[in-house]
Design a protein around this ligand. Structure first.
Ligand code: HEC
Length: 99
């Protein structure tokens, strides 16, 4: 968490830059911040180590999240709410692989 905090200003600047020019420029959501990062860490590192957002492109992440929802139901874990899904997706897409 300490490392994440130190990296945050850089990451935020990057995300802001991308938000202006990237494919999700039209999204009405603010850039993901430490709250989204914490939510991601809490919900996505339960069954396996926390995945690197750079594993997938921004286009691929929604499908992976849908599958993870299914895994959570299968394994009797509470699935993500719509808001949690949107927040985690925003975080993953901000740091996704450029392709
Ligand atoms: C209920 C347990 C569980 C939780 C919670 C969970 N996963 Fe998974 N995850 C799995 C299982 C099981 C696999 C391997 C099977 C598969 O790929 O569907 C997996 C595989 C993955 C993979 C590798 C496969 C791929 O498509 O790249 C990624 C990335 C991933 N999870 C991301 C996430 C993210 C992001 C979250 C948080 C929203 C999350 N997982 C939460 C169970 C879980």
């Amino acid at each position: 968490m300490a490392a994440l905090k130190r990296l945050w200003p850089l990451a935020a600047a990057l995300a802001l830059g991308l938000a202006r020019s990237g494919p999700w420029a039209a999204a009405a959501r603010p850039s993901p911040g430490p709250a989204e990062a914490a939510l991601f860490a809490r919900r996505c590192g339960v069954c396996h180590p926390l995945p690197n957002p750079g594993l997938h492109t921004a286009q691929e992440w929604p499908r992976v999240l849908e599958r993870m929802q299914m895994r959570m139901r299968m394994l009797g874990r509470p699935p993500l709410s719509d808001e949690e899904t949107a927040d985690i997706l925003a975080y993953l897409q901000a740091y996704a692989s450029p392709g």
